[in-house]
Design a protein around this ligand. Structure first.
Ligand SMILES: CC(C)(COP(=O)(O)OP(=O)(O)OC[C@H]1O[C@@H](n2cnc3c(N)ncnc32)[C@H](O)[C@@H]1OP(=O)(O)O)[C@@H](O)C(=O)NCCC(=O)NCCS
Length: 168
């Protein structure tokens, strides 16, 4: 398991203050990423992810510009990939590149050696779709009216990427 690769590094417990900053700055958009409103919660969040495959992209002044992580389903050699970016880092392709790098590594026999990656996002989150497609995922389904957000039912789009998928 690499510590650093292709401009990414592993998340560490020391990232908790920067993670808290990203959640606070991100406001309601970050709510579904976790409950992180205090340093103690940020520490717990980092400790939970440190045991998984969690990688960070840095930018000058932003020690955690974007996070891409995979929760591994060992029994099936699958993984659930998720990501977020600090608001000041968004729209610069940082998450796209990080997600692609992590997905490529996770499916490689000499990397994470997983067979299948999955992810999902709310249908009204086009930036997340941009990241998913850039990371080589294909849409596999729609979970209709899955979430209740501010009184409205929101579809969730689901994606997969197999080790054998041709990816340009
Ligand atoms: C979703 C999120 C991770 C995107 O991060 P980002 O760093 O801005 O993403 P990138 O700049 O790397 O790429 C986003 C892609 O989506 C595209 N995109 C952004 N907003 C878009 C919009 N409104 N409509 C269509 N495409 C859009 C971008 O153009 C880019 O694709 P392109 O370069 O091919 O054009 C970020 O907005 C975020 O953290 N949101 C809150 C948490 C979240 O929603 N996480 C995902 C949950 S599944």
């Amino acid at each position: 398991m690499p510590t650093n690769f292709d401009g990414l590094r592993r998340l560490t417990p020391d990232d908790a203050p920067a993670v808290l900053e990203a959640f606070v700055a991100g406001g309601p958009e970050m709510l579904r990423q976790g409950d992180v409103t205090t340093l103690a919660q940020a520490v717990a969040y980092c400790e939970r992810l440190v045991g998984q495959l969690a990688f960070v992209a840095e930018l000058p002044g932003l020690p955690v510009a974007a996070l891409v992580a995979i929760t591994v389903d060992e029994a099936n050699r699958n993984g659930w990939l998720f990501y977020w970016a600090h608001p000041d880092a968004r729209g610069r392709g940082v998450t796209k590149r990080a997600a692609r790098t992590v997905a490529d590594w996770a499916l490689s026999p000499v990397g994470g050696n997983l067979h299948r990656l999955e992810l999902g996002h709310r249908a009204n989150n086009p930036a997340s779709r941009g990241v998913a497609l850039a990371a080589g995922f294909v849409q596999e389904g729609v979970e209709r009216e899955k979430f209740l957000v501010d009184g409205a039912r929101i579809d969730v789009l689901t994606y997969g990427r197999l080790r054998s998928d041709p990816v340009s």
